[in-house]
Design a binder for this molecule. Sequence first.
Ligand code: SAH
Length: 345
Amino acid sequence: MTSIFGYRKEELQLDLVAHGFKKYLAEQIFDWIYVKKIYSFDEMTNISKTDRNKLQEYYTIEPLKIVVEQKSKDGTVKFLFQLSDGYKIETVLMPQSYGNSVCVTTQVGCNMACTFCASGLLKKNRNLSTAEIVQQVMMVNRYLATTNERVSHVVVMGIGEPFDNFDNTLRFVNIINDLKGYQIGARHITISTCGLVPKIKQFAELKTQVNLAISLHAPNNTIRNQLMPINKAYPVEKLMDAVRYYIELTNRRVTFEYILIENVNDSRETALELAKLIRGLNAYVNLIPYNTVAENGYQRSTKINQFFETLQQQKINCIVRREFGHDIDAACGQLRAKNEGIIRK
Ligand code: SAH
């Protein structure tokens, strides 16, 4: 049996026809699960009883199992879900002034090994399937349904490197974006990458309206090599070429994420170097206060304001990201790592 959440509508149509169903059933099923939010074939009353019974032989709408649900003082809710093979993944709901944003995970663990990140403490076990990524949004949707709210924005910034699970990530985007389905607008979806250059180019060529965020964290190879091993394969110059290519093809603005770590990447000179690197690009910088992970020795920068002001003086668009769920381990991979006993509780 396969999860119904793994199908793009066109794929479901083909699959249904192959099993002897009518093609239009796909549209009805999409309407039930993504619009009406009914998660049982039995309740899909405009589908014949025979078809409903038969659907259950091929497809499942099984939800993910909730292992932990933590609510922060600021409204952030962090979920730890268990997958059918026992692996656990994190998903975070961040209520914002403009809607409900959900941060989804794309892999069990991560192989990028960024030295500051808790996710890298657990190596990648496997990619998530399309259905498992879609399910995270649906689970949060169920949670919000009790107050008649919905998920309006998605950021692909949870555990894992989305471009290392490129196909499933893009299929996921296609499903939640479906106009007769859950309907999250492409401009309300952001994918964040540590800088897999060939995939950034491939993504650019798709010319979608989906937002691209680049985890830059340093303006030169010396610092970036130290923070992100991926930089050895795709150094800053190559990364910037790919970003320029993306902007050229899509005409969309890019976000650079930049976590500020004390005495590593937060000096005034580094800010000036960053300004020089991205000047003239259709981009802005998201400065992120570092969430300390006890095990790696990095500290949150005490010079966030100075860094911000330097960029502003240099006429670089930038903001300091508001923090969410600092009291509930909302930084990437922290909850899962703690649950697995990898980092101190
Ligand atoms: N692999 C992708 C997406 C997952 S990480 C990427 O690298 O972009 C999402 C963002 O959280 C990245 O910018 C990452 O660098 C940042 N991040 C990881 N650990 C963090 C921490 N402890 N504090 C603050 N940001 C962190």
